[in-house]
Write a protein of this length. Structure first.
Length: 366
């Protein structure tokens, strides 16, 4: 009897964190009794084709829904929707027609997603079990504390809008959270790739400018903090152009890509926005972080956790003294990260996830 599970997996490519998590999950699933089909945007197709050429892909268009402290901002969402000039419902129907027969004429047995809403909508319509595996589901269990003018309702509203019901939620988180007595929710250590720490180059600092936004203001304020620090070597990853900064010999600009893993593996520290995925990878390497927050609750929450557990420092005024103060505490942050991992990352995310998938959904290793 063939016990292969047919899984449709939705890939969200808004920021690299989702993409990197999904690649980790796909690699684990391919060790099991599954057949995979991926739902992803045109922007992600080349990326996933190069790494997973044998897996079938379906094209999707991800809707953008704006949220604020009051919940869904329908007015702003409407304006953005009109600006995109894309019929989202037609796009979904085109995807659904293919998804219904994507496994040699058969529908999927199970649908999994990291914040990708098209596959969730399809799961509801077809009454197919849905698993969410992301870092955002923690918003459903956090208190309503205000952080720098942002509240958890911003993230929770989007989850309620796109993913109101699941058969199981996996929450990827670098910091501990309390979910109470929830049978259908599993908290995981962060879903990240396995990185190996190399010998530290104490003069090397990696700067990562996330493609989540093209707003140059914060990025340039970071560079301005460092224009007189020729005693360090800054490797700056960005897909944007920073004209005028090439004249500083300490700045080396690289496009986001393959060399990033090598550079973060031997750098002294990382400067970045407060993205959950990169913070998690930095903790796994015991590499302290100097971070700043985009205008989202998620990033402000992650930044607060970094400072609360003394894993790095948050930039508040983009002043040179903040960089100096951070450098003086780098050894302390590195020790704290090692102790933090030992206390809170007590098992591997993939072992925990695969145990649940086996027990609840019949997915077993080959």
């Amino acid at each position: 009897m063939d016990n292969t599970k047919k899984i449709l997996l939705g890939v969200c490519d808004i920021g690299n964190g989702h993409t990197n998590r999904q690649k980790c999950i796909i690699k684990e699933l391919l060790k099991c009794n599954v057949e995979l089909v991926l739902a992803l945007t045109e922007n992600s197709t080349k990326n996933f084709d190069s790494e997973f050429p044998e897996i079938k892909k379906l094209l999707i268009h991800i809707p953008w829904v704006t949220c604020n402290n009051a919940g869904v901002d329908f007015q702003d969402t409407l304006e953005k929707y009109r600006g995109r000039k894309k019929d989202q419902f037609e796009s979904f129907l085109e995807f659904a027609v293919q998804a219904r027969h994507c496994f040699d004429g058969e529908p999927p047995d199970l649908i999994m997603t990291d914040y990708e809403p098209n596959v969730a909508q399809f799961a509801y319509a077809m009454n197919i079990p849905l698993i969410c595996m992301d870092q955002h589901s923690k918003f459903l269990f956090l208190n309503s504390e205000d952080i720098n003018g942002f509240t958890v309702n911003e993230g929770a509203a989007r989850l309620r809008y796109f993913f109101p019901k699941t058969n199981h939620r996996f929450i990827s988180t670098f910091n501990p959270i309390d979910i109470g007595d929830q049978e259908d929710v599993t908290v995981l250590p962060p879903i990240i790739r396995k990185l190996t720490k190399s010998e530290i180059d104490h003069s090397k600092i990696v700067i990562y400018f996330s493609p989540y936004t093209n707003d140059m203001n914060q990025f340039e304020r970071v560079l301005q903090m460092l224009t007189d620090r020729s005693d360090y070597h800054f490797v700056i990853y960005s897909d944007l152009e920073f004209r005028g900064y090439e004249k500083y010999p300490q700045f080396v600009f690289k496009k986001i890509g393959g060399e990033f893993t090598e550079d973060i593996s031997n750098c002294s520290c990382i400067i970045s926005s407060a993205g959950h995925q990169l913070i998690s990878e930095a903790i796994s390497l015991d590499t302290p972080v100097l971070i700043y927050s985009f205008s989202t609750y998620d990033q402000n929450y992650c930044a607060k956790m970094v400072e609360e557990y003394k894993l790095g420092k948050v930039i508040k005024r983009f002043e040179k003294k903040e960089f100096d103060d951070f450098l003086s505490d780098v050894p302390l942050y590195r020790r704290n990260m090692a102790e933090f991992r030992k206390e809170y990352w007590t098992a591997s995310w993939n072992d925990i996830m695969l145990d649940v998938l086996r027990e609840k959904f019949g997915i077993v290793g080959q």
